[in-house]
Design a protein around this ligand. Structure first.
Ligand SMILES: [Cu+2]
Length: 159
C-alpha cells in the first residue's frame, strides 16, 4: 500500500518531467531557426562574393599586360565564371572591321561561347565562363591595331 507521501512525490516527479519536456519542446523552433541561419549565411556569403576578377591591360603598344608578369598568362579553372576588368588603350591604328574597338579579347576556338570581346578605350568589364576542356588557349587581338598587332597575344591556361 502506497503512502500518501509517495503518491504526492510521484505526482511531483511527473509534473517536473512534463515541465522539462515542455521546455525542451520550446527549444525546437529556436534550434531549427539556428540551423536555417547556419545554412543560409555561407550560401549568401558565396553569392555576395561574386565571380573572381582578373585584371589586365590591352595597351597602346599593342601588347596584353598582366600586372606582375613578364609574359602575360591568365589562369582559370574549367567552367569557372570569371569577371574580366580590362583597361584598353588605342594603338597606332584602328580597324574599320571593328568599329569602336581599340583591340579585341578573342580566343578563336571559343568565339561561339562569347570569347570574342570588343575592347573600347578605357575600362571594359565583362563576365565569361571558362571552357570545360583544360589546356592552353591563345588569346588574341583580332582588330588590326598597328605595329605589333600580329604578335598581340597571351596565354590562357584552363586547369
Ligand atoms: Cu590588335
Amino acid at each position: 500500500m502506497e503512502t500518501k507521501q509517495t503518491q504526492t512525490e510521484r505526482r511531483t516527479t511527473k509534473i517536473v518531467s512534463l515541465a522539462r519536456l515542455r521546455r525542451q519542446h520550446r527549444l525546437i523552433p529556436w534550434i531549427s531557426l539556428l540551423l536555417l541561419v547556419a545554412m543560409i549565411v555561407p550560401a549568401l556569403y558565396t553569392f555576395a562574393q561574386g565571380p573572381r576578377v582578373i585584371q589586365f591591360t590591352a595597351d597602346h603598344d599593342n601588347r596584353f599586360k598582366v600586372p606582375g608578369q613578364k609574359q602575360p598568362v591568365i589562369t582559370v579553372k574549367a567552367k569557372e565564371v570569371v569577371k574580366f576588368r580590362v583597361t584598353a588603350h588605342k594603338g597606332t591604328e584602328t580597324d574599320p572591321k571593328y568599329p569602336g574597338c581599340v583591340h579585341t579579347f578573342s580566343i578563336k576556338e571559343l568565339k561561339d561561347q562569347g570569347w570574342d570581346v570588343c575592347l573600347k578605350e578605357g575600362m571594359n568589364e565583362f563576365v565569361l565562363v571558362a571552357p570545360s576542356k583544360p589546356g592552353d588557349y591563345k588569346v588574341e587581338c583580332l582588330a588590326k591595331c598597328g605595329k605589333g598587332h600580329d604578335d598581340m597575344a597571351m596565354k590562357m591556361t584552363v586547369q
